[in-house]
Write a protein of this length. Structure first.
Length: 255
C-alpha cells in the first residue's frame, strides 16, 4: 500500500470500521479508530480536531444511533458538517464516505434520504472526495428477514438484489482511501445478483430457517418502494469476491 499514512476512520469501532482499521494497520499505516467509544464524537466535535491532526485521509463509516426520520437526517447533516470542517482545519487530502447504492432512487426510505443529504455535504465541502456507494451487506440478511416477517412469512419485493460481504466492503474502502480521490461516486456490490426475495430465501434455507418467503411487489424496504433496479448498480461497479456460500462458511468457522 505504499508509504505509511495516517488515516482516520470515523465509526472505526463498528462492523465495517473495525475491519478497515485492522487492514490498514496490518499494511503499516497509522489507522485511528475514531468513535464515541474512543473519545471522538462527530456530533459534538469532542476529540475530533485531535484525532484529525496530521491525517492525510478520512474514511467515514459512521452510523446514526436512531433510524427515526428526523433523527437520522439530523445526525448525518450535523456530523457531516462537523467532520468536513475538522478535515479542512487538518488539511485532509482525501475524504471517503461510505454510502448506499440507490440512495437517489428510493424517496420513501428516510435512511437513504439522510445518506443523500450527507453525500451532498461531502460534494460541496471543497475537500477532494470519493463517495463509495455499497449494496446491502450480507451481514444484514437475517435482520432483513426478521423485519419483513408478518404472520410467520417473510414478505419481500422481487426487485434485484446484490449483497456484498462486509470484509469485501472494508477491503475496497481501505484501498480507496489510499488512491487518488475520484471526486465522484464509485459503486460496489457482491458477485451475485438475484431477486430480493429469492436471495433471502436462499440464505434462510442454508442457515436452516424454515420461514417461507413470499414475493409481494407492494412490500417496502424501510418505507421505500423497491423497483426492479432500486438496490443494484446501474452501471459499472467494483465487485466483491465473496459469494453467499463462502460468506456462510466463514461465518460458521468463526462461530
Amino acid at each position: 500500500m505504499g508509504v505509511a499514512k495516517k488515516i482516520v476512520v470515523i465509526g472505526g469501532t463498528g462492523l465495517i470500521g473495525s475491519k478497515v482499521v485492522g487492514l490498514l494497520r496490518r499494511a503499516g499505516h497509522q489507522a485511528v479508530a475514531a468513535s464515541p467509544d474512543t473519545g471522538v464524537n462527530t456530533l459534538t466535535g469532542e476529540g475530533l480536531d485531535e484525532a484529525m491532526q496530521g491525517a492525510e485521509a478520512v474514511i467515514d463509516v459512521s452510523n446514526a444511533p436512531s433510524f427515526e426520520t428526523q433523527a437520522v437526517l439530523d445526525f448525518f447533516q450535523s456530523s457531516g458538517r462537523n467532520l468536513q470542517a475538522a478535515g479542512r482545519r487538518a488539511g485532509v487530502r482525501h475524504h471517503v464516505t461510505l454510502s448506499i447504492v440507490g440512495t437517489d432512487r428510493m424517496p420513501g426510505n428516510a435512511y437513504f434520504q439522510a445518506k443523500l443529504a450527507q453525500e451532498e455535504i461531502v460534494r460541496q465541502a471543497g475537500t477532494p472526495f470519493t463517495i463509495l456507494r455499497s449494496t446491502q451487506f450480507m451481514e444484514f440478511l437475517g435482520g432483513i428477514a426478521d423485519m419483513s416477517t408478518q404472520d410467520g412469512v417473510v414478505r419481500l419485493p422481487g426487485g434485484q438484489f446484490q449483497p456484498i460481504a462486509a470484509d469485501d466492503v472494508a477491503a475496497i474502502l481501505a484501498d480507496t482511501a489510499l488512491e487518488a480521490p475520484h471526486n465522484g461516486i464509485v459503486e460496489i456490490a457482491g458477485p451475485e445478483r438475484a431477486p430480493f426475495d429469492a436471495f433471502v430465501d436462499r440464505y434462510l434455507r442454508q442457515v436452516g430457517d424454515p420461514r417461507p418467503v413470499s414475493r409481494e411487489p407492494s412490500a417496502r424496504y424501510f418505507g421505500g418502494e423497491v423497483r426492479e433496479l432500486s438496490l443494484v448498480p446501474l452501471g459499472e461497479a467494483r465487485l466483491g469476491q465473496t459469494s453467499l456460500e463462502d460468506w456462510l462458511r466463514r461465518r460458521a468457522a468463526a462461530a
